[in-house]
Design a protein around this ligand. Structure first.
Ligand SMILES: [Ca+2]
Ligand SMILES: [Ca+2]
Length: 122
């Protein structure tokens, strides 16, 4: 089991090997990240990461390659002050969706995924 952490540098990945956890590798994401979660958003078999940035009002997705590396963050505006999120296939279309609680209103954002293209919908 590996660990993904958040910091001012973005997302840090601590890969676990037979000798334990090594130094983290950092991948740029938004600053002021409030929350992070991993799942296979684009269904290619490799775990991906999602992070939420309260200050920028964005969710960012970093697609994993299954070998510990991640793509540049793809960011989507979701509105003011998101601070957490959860995910599931809310509309049973086979694509994982994200629900984002905001400070002033509730928004359920849907990720439609075609290959590695991710489209965020309210
Ligand atoms: Ca994936
Ligand atoms: Ca869905």
């Amino acid at each position: 089991m590996d660990i993904a952490s958040i910091s001012i540098n973005g997302v840090g990945i601590f890969l676990n090997s037979a000798s334990g956890f090594g130094s983290p590798t950092y991948f740029a994401a938004e600053t002021a990240i409030e929350s992070i979660a991993a799942t296979d958003f684009n269904r290619d078999g490799a775990p991906d990461l999602a992070v939420v940035n309260r200050v920028a009002g964005q969710i960012s997705i970093l697609l994993g390659n299954g070998q510990g590396n991640f793509s540049a963050a793809q960011s989507y505006a979701v509105g003011g002050n998101p601070f957490n999120f959860t995910f599931a296939d809310f509309n049973a279309d086979g694509n994982i969706d994200i629900a984002v609680p905001l400070y002033t209103r509730a928004t359920v954002a849907t990720l439609d995924i075609i290959g590695n293209k991710i489209v965020l919908q309210d």
